[in-house]
Each structure stands twice: as C-alpha cells, then as structure tokens.
Design a protein around this ligand. Structure first.
Ligand SMILES: C[S@@+](CC[C@H](N)C(=O)[O-])C[C@H]1O[C@@H](n2cnc3c(N)ncnc32)[C@H](O)[C@@H]1O
Length: 259
C-alpha cells in the first residue's frame, strides 16, 4: 500500500469511533445523516452534478475515489443508476459497503482501486463522478483512466479546487497541479466545461471557520478537522472551487453520441 493510501486508511478508521466530524460536515453542507461525506460538496451541488451526468435508470455510475460512498449512493438513488465505487483506502471501502444498506434501492458494489488504475474494463461505465479527489493525483494517467473506462458519449463530473494563479507558491502544490480543462482535453474528452462555483464556497468557509475554532478534546475526527481548517483558511481565497464536466469521445474518427 502506498503511504498516502495508508494515511487515508488510518483517517477513515478513526471515523468509525466518532460521528462528531460528520455532524459538522452535514450541518454546513446541508446533507442528511445517511450521506457520509469527507469532502465539501453541498446538497445543492449534488443536483448540479446529477444534471451534468445525464444518467438514465439502469446506467452504470462510477464514483471514483468514493471514500465512504455517500455521494455515489445518493446520485444512484436519485437517478436509478447502478453504482461501482472505487477507492484506494480499504477502511473507506468497508464503510461504503456498510453504508449501502441504508440505500436499499441502489445496486451498489465497492472495490479497491486507484484513480489511475480502477481495474474496470474499458468502455464499461456510462458516467463517472469524482468528488474532491482528483487533486490527490491530477496526472495524465488519472485523466486517461477516466476516459478509458467511460463508454463513448459517457459523461464525467469532477469537483475540485484550482489555483487562481497556478504560479502562486502560497497555494499548496497539490492544488497548483490541478488543471481540469487541460487534463480532460489531453485525455481526449470533448465538450469540456469548467465552471467556477463561488456559491458552494460560503458553506465551505463557514465549516472551516467552525472547525478551526473548536476545542477538539480527545476526539481524533475533530482534531483532524481543526487541523485541516487551520491549514486551509489562510489560502482560501487563493483557490477557486470548480465543477468540471465533459463527454468521453468515441474512437478516433467517430462522432460523440449520447444515449
Ligand atoms: C476528500 S476525500 C473525498 C471522498 C469522497 N469522494 C467524498 O466526497 O466523500 C478524497 C478521497 O480520495 C481517495 N484517494 C486519494 N488518492 C487516491 C488514489 N490515488 N486512488 C484512489 N483513491 C484515492 C481517498 O482515499 C479519499 O477517499
């Protein structure tokens, strides 16, 4: 297991012991208790992602870097899609499998895999969502894998952050490396649209403000949330929140078609 995967695995293990971090997340993002999130996508934001994915009942959705699976399960339950969730942290996958029982209508499967190596067959999924995770591996390999697993005409929605100024060294290197438009285009996606989402930022900022001011006591989830808040807030305005959407192109020479 690589060291980042081990870190995430341990992070997710601590979440089994306390729901205090989840309560804060859900309150600020407007999420219901069953939607376990380790990211910053709001309830209103989910509707925009659903619209962008153009899923049909019975279609197959890949939630890549799914964490505990909450967003994929929610999107699949709204659209009637089937779901495969992939993440490299085994504790997250175990918890996603357990969470699936709270979404009884969803045909869901969760498996270990990497952003750049999902293990899924080529052209096997109708839509792909990746919530607040591409920044952990915003490489050509990851974008190529996303394109490989989507059927021609399949849709992708990525939520993440990009630097306002990619040369600004105050922005964490991981975020400076994110260029969703260039990454998707180079991988062969068509209809690439990257929209800024300032309206998602208010919830995000208020969550970090609460987190950075709280007394975490001995709760490891609160400690981690507080540390992240203290880390994120000083460079908050140097990043922009984005929703990137695109369509997987067909084999060379063939036009993109949608179902
Ligand atoms: C901020 S969390 C978001 C999780 C989930 N998408 C959500 O919104 O609740 C980032 C996720 O990316 C996963 N991740 C990071 N790098 C990865 C990689 N190279 N391959 C697969 N998963 C990865 C982590 O394990 C973690 O679950």
């Amino acid at each position: 297991m690589d060291s980042l995967a081990a870190e995430f695995d341990e992070w997710y293990s601590t979440m089994r012991a306390s729901s205090a971090g989840d309560d804060i997340h859900q309150r600020h993002l407007g999420l219901p208790p069953r939607l376990l999130s380790t990211s910053l996508l709001t309830w209103d934001g989910i509707a925009e992602v659903v619209e962008a994915l153009r899923l049909e009942p019975g279609g197959l959705l890949l939630d890549l870097a799914c964490g505990r699976g909450g967003y994929g399960l929610e999107i699949a339950s709204r659209t009637g899609a089937r779901l495969i969730g992939v993440d490299f942290a085994s504790s997250a996958i175990d918890q996603a499998r357990a969470l699936a029982s709270r979404f009884a209508s969803v045909d869901a499967e969760f498996r270990l895999g990497d952003l750049a190596a999902t293990t899924l067959p080529a052209g096997s999924v109708d839509a792909l969502v990746c919530v607040d995770a591409i920044q952990f591996k915003a490489t050509a390999d990851s974008f190529a894998e996303m394109h490989r697993v989507l059927r021609p005409g399949g849709r992708i929605a990525l939520t993440t952050w990009e630097a306002v100024d990619h040369g600004d060294e105050r922005v964490p290197a991981r975020i400076r490396a994110v260029d969703t438009s260039a990454g998707l285009t180079a991988a062969g996606f068509a209809e690439v649209v990257v929209r800024e989402r300032p309206q998602w930022r208010a919830a995000e900022r208020s969550m970090w403000e609460e987190a950075s001011a709280l007394d975490p006591g001995s709760d490891p989830t609160l400690r981690s949330l507080r540390e992240e808040g203290l880390r994120v807030l000083p460079t908050f305005d140097l990043t922009r929140r984005v929703l990137a959407t695109a369509t997987a192109s067909g084999p060379i020479g063939q036009p993109v078609t949608s179902r």
